[in-house]
Design a protein around this ligand. Sequence first.
Ligand SMILES: [Zn+2]
Ligand SMILES: [Zn+2]
Ligand SMILES: [Zn+2]
Ligand SMILES: [Zn+2]
Length: 307
Amino acid sequence: MPCSLAAGPAAGGTSESSEATTTTRGARGPVAATQPKSEALKAQGIEDLFHSSCVPIVDEGDEVCANCGKHGSDIVKLKHCNACRIVKYCGVDCQKAHRKQHKKACRKRAAELKDEQLYSQGHERPEGSFCPICTLPIPLPMHEHSVFNVCCMKRICHGCDFAAKRRGMFDCSFCRTPLPETDADMLVMIQARVKKKDPEAIGNLAERYCGGMLGLQKNVRRAVDLWQEAAELGSTKALGQLGAAYYDGRGVQENKAKAVELWTKAAVQGQVESRHKLGCCEGERGNYDRAARHFMISAKNGVQRLT
Ligand SMILES: [Zn+2]
Ligand SMILES: [Zn+2]
Ligand SMILES: [Zn+2]
Ligand SMILES: [Zn+2]
């Protein structure tokens, strides 16, 4: 019975035809789904002739242009409004013509979609937050509970690190490389991985420039460039640090909106510090409900202090 797959959207066909010029989008999909199967099939009627390919229709809801009411078919391809995804159009002209009428609802839904994503994603901590040896999450702040080895750019929990030392292993307990003895050695190791485009190494070098460490001359502008590069290569930590640089105007023109944008991007990927900062920003604006939602997530992931 593969044809029954088309019953949902097609079942709305008969009622749609009488109101083709309206743009109302009721819950016709679910209504059709609650109809007895035989009735739904009957309602499908003549539409079946046009749906003879038996290809399941992936999109739910009305297959009709919100502006002109034209039905979608093999020839008329309807496309979602990218911002809200609640209406479809047969073409750019219809989308433009409908813009004024649709704008308000579109913005509202787009904001809802953004919030849904913001609060539903990033509840798990990102990969680098787990000790690669025991696989347990490293408590926050991570630098107080772990060591970071630049040979492999791995953060190892204190427990595993001590356990290795007790066994007489004083090299990196993850990759067994002898640990660097001097700042210069350490810098060489970091730079070797920076050359290989390791985002963690690039982010690490940024921190060294920011603090003027390992014999490097302090250069916050350079640090920001490196965080930018590391973030582009996938480091969520760098994304959060870049956000902080924009927020404080360190090494870059202060831009609070850009900071929030970057923190949002990092937070939905589980970067807890960024999640926490978003909570702080909302709190400062008096949006306590939104602030609390962020703090619930960051607290669940181990942020204990309000900063
Ligand atoms: Zn149209
Ligand atoms: Zn829209
Ligand atoms: Zn461990
Ligand atoms: Zn190592």
